[in-house]
Design a protein around this ligand. Structure first.
Ligand SMILES: CCCCCCCCCCCCCC(=O)SCCNC(=O)CCNC(=O)[C@H](O)C(C)(C)COP(=O)(O)OP(=O)(O)OC[C@H]1O[C@@H](n2cnc3c(N)ncnc32)[C@H](O)[C@@H]1OP(=O)(O)O
Length: 170
C-alpha cells in the first residue's frame, strides 16, 4: 500500500488540465471506487466529456444487496467517487461534505449503466455537483447531488499515521 506522502507527491499533478475526452487518472491505486489495485473495488473508469465527467459501469456480485441488485451503498460509493473526478476539472482537491442519492429503479448486477456528473455551481470553497445514472434505454435509475468543500493537503495527512490491517481477521 502506497503511503499518504507518496500519494501526495504526485497527487497535484493530476489536477493539471485534461483534454476533452481524456481518460482521467484514478484518485490513487487503492481507492475503493476507482483504484485499479483494490481487489474489493469498483475499478471505475472515467473520462472527461466537455465540462462533465462520464463513465460506463457494471456492478458485480461483490456489490450485491438484494439478490441480483446492487447494494445502495455501492451505488452511492460510485456516484460519490465520480464527483471526485470533477475535481480534476476544477484544479483543486475537495472532499464530500454532503451527499444525497435518489434511487429511482434497482441497479442490476451485470448490466452496464451510463454515469454523468457536472458542477452545478461553485461558491468560494463550495462546489455543488449533480450526477445521473441511466440504463442503456436512457431511463434514469439514480440521481445524486452533493456538496464538496475544497481542502488542502493537511486534510489528507490526517490519515498518514493510521495503518489499519488490510483485511479483518476471519
Ligand atoms: C492522500 C492524498 C490524496 C488522496 C485523495 C483521495 C481523494 C478521493 C477523492 C474523492 C473521493 C470521493 C469523495 C470522498 O469520499 S471524500 C471522503 C468523505 N468526506 C470526508 O471525509 C469529509 C469529512 N469532513 C470534514 O473533514 C470537514 O467537515 C470538512 C473539511 C469537509 C469541512 O469542514 P470545515 O470546518 O472546513 O467547513 P464547514 O463544515 O464549517 O463548512 C464550510 C462551509 O460550507 C457550508 N456548509 C456545510 N455544510 C453545508 C451544506 N450541507 N449545505 C450548504 N452549505 C454547507 C458551511 O455553512 C460553511 O459555509 P461558509 O460559512 O463558509 O459560507
Amino acid at each position: 500500500m502506497t503511503s499518504v506522502e507518496e500519494i501526495l507527491a504526485t497527487w497535484l499533478d493530476k489536477f493539471k488540465p485534461h483534454e476533452d475526452g481524456a481518460l482521467l487518472p484514478p484518485h490513487h491505486d487503492h481507492c475503493l471506487a476507482c483504484g485499479p489495485d483494490n481487489p474489493h473495488g469498483h475499478h471505475l473508469v472515467v473520462h472527461r466529456r466537455g465540462e462533465e465527467v462520464h463513465a460506463v459501469h457494471v456492478f458485480d456480485q461483490r456489490h450485491v444487496g438484494a439478490p441480483g441488485i446492487a447494494h445502495g451503498g455501492a451505488v452511492a460509493t460510485v456516484l460519490d467517487d465520480l464527483f471526485g473526478f470533477l475535481l480534476y476539472l476544477t484544479g483543486a482537491p475537495a472532499v464530500t461534505r454532503q451527499l444525497e442519492v435518489r434511487y429511482d429503479s434497482p441497479v442490476l448486477l451485470g448490466v452496464a449503466y451510463e454515469l454523468v456528473a457536472k458542477i452545478v455551481r461553485a461558491e468560494g470553497r463550495k462546489l455543488f455537483v449533480e450526477a445521473e445514472m441511466r440504463d442503456t434505454s436512457g431511463g434514469l435509475v439514480a440521481f445524486a447531488s452533493a456538496l464538496f468543500l475544497r481542502v488542502d493537503e493537511a486534510h489528507f495527512r490526517q490519515g498518514a499515521s493510521n495503518s489499519p490491517p488490510l483485511a479483518r481477521p476471519i
